[in-house]
Design a protein around this ligand. Structure first.
Ligand SMILES: Nc1ncnc2c1ncn2[C@@H]1O[C@H](COP(=O)(O)OP(=O)(O)OP(=O)(O)O)[C@@H](O)[C@H]1O
Length: 303
């Protein structure tokens, strides 16, 4: 067997509360028709990183497909950072923030086609306090909302909606942030500080319209107030947000400090309350198979 022609499918059996057998069958059949060797790994929730790394060593796959949520995608991304192994996504989580950001199509055949396609791109990997962030992290009311959502036990968009009103009323915001970058230090008060490599939150809100995932930079966005008209604009793919609403800084390294501890999340996972965050970026370290439109938009005007 040609060891360079292997596809590994990593499946999280519990993500999104859905049956993964149609995905497994379809990817297996597609691999067979393309004469690619197929291997399946189902996560257990324990020592998955070690197990995946060992399979990679053994079969040397050229591509890994992930059927799971953002947590499983991050886990696999960490295993292949800096290599030429290509990552493809079959969205199968409860929120699927990465899939929303990449505008992945809804049907399984289309998703498999993209995940196995030659339309690939090397993306930057953002690290915050040593943890990988493929998408968007934040300190403030969105992280508070995610904590309350996780505590409520109600899944899906309805869960977020039900938590949004009590979260806003009980929030500890505004917060005072001090941000140190190579370009200088500044202070700002706001309800939310986002650290973003991607453009959209999992809800579809485009908070970082000008961010590129392959320019060696990430954005710090401080939202100063809860302005519903400005928030409404984020429904568009290219919202024009006023400077009074958000302060945006593009950089490759930043240190954020706050006097009080603030709720913190990365890629939709609540990670406690923190008063200090250090963000760095590893340029073009993650090879991904993505929709053609996304690759086109990200290669335009890139200097
Ligand atoms: N077999 C398993 N049994 C229990 N937990 C598992 C198993 N496999 C993985 N996990 C856990 O699943 C979590 C990752 O879930 P993932 O983010 O992929 O899906 P999700 O939470 O449904 O989706 P999303 O992130 O889009 O909301 C990790 O905490 C991991 O430990």
């Amino acid at each position: 067997m040609n060891s360079e022609n292997y596809v590994l499918l990593v499946v999280n059996p519990i993500s999104g509360d859905s049956d993964k057998s149609p995905i497994i069958t379809s990817v297996k059949e597609e691999a067979k028709s393309r004469k690619i060797n197929f291997k399946l790994y189902e996560t257990s929730g324990k020592k998955d990183k070690e197990a995946i790394e060992s399979i990679i060593k053994e079969i040397k796959p050229s591509r890994i497909l992930v059927a799971g949520g953002d947590g499983t995608i991050s886990l696999v991304a960490e295993c292949i950072l800096g290599t030429d192994i290509c990552l493809g996504i079959i969205p199968a989580g409860s929120a699927n923030g990465m899939a929303v950001n990449f505008n992945l199509p809804q049907t399984l055949p289309e998703q498999i086609e993209i995940a196995l396609s030659d339309c690939t791109m090397k993306l930057d990997a953002l690290f915050i306090n040593g943890k990988i962030c493929l998408h968007i992290a934040d300190l403030g009311i969105n992280a508070e909302l995610i904590r309350n959502y996780e505590d409520s036990g109600i899944r899906g968009k309805m869960g977020y909606f039900l938590q949004s009103i009590p979260t806003l009323f009980n929030s500890d915001s505004p917060f005072h942030f001090s941000v140190e970058t190579e370009e200088g230090t500044f202070e700002e008060t706001g309800i939310l500080l986002a650290i973003a490599n991607a453009n959209k939150f999992g809800t579809g809100a485009t908070i970082n319209p000008n961010g590129k995932m392959n320019d060696g930079k990430f954005e710090i966005l401080i939202f100063k107030s809860l302005d519903f008209i400005e928030i409404f604009k984020t429904i568009n793919d290219k919202p024009e947000m006023s400077d009074d609403f958000v302060r945006v800084v593009s950089t490759n390294k930043a240190k954020i400090n706050s006097i009080k501890k603030i709720p913190f999340q990365i890629d939709g996972e609540f990670l406690g309350e923190i008063d200090q965050a250090t963000a760095t970026i590893e340029k073009k370290s993650l090879l991904m198979a993505l929709p053609e439109m996304f690759c086109k938009l990200h290669t335009q005007n890139l200097h």
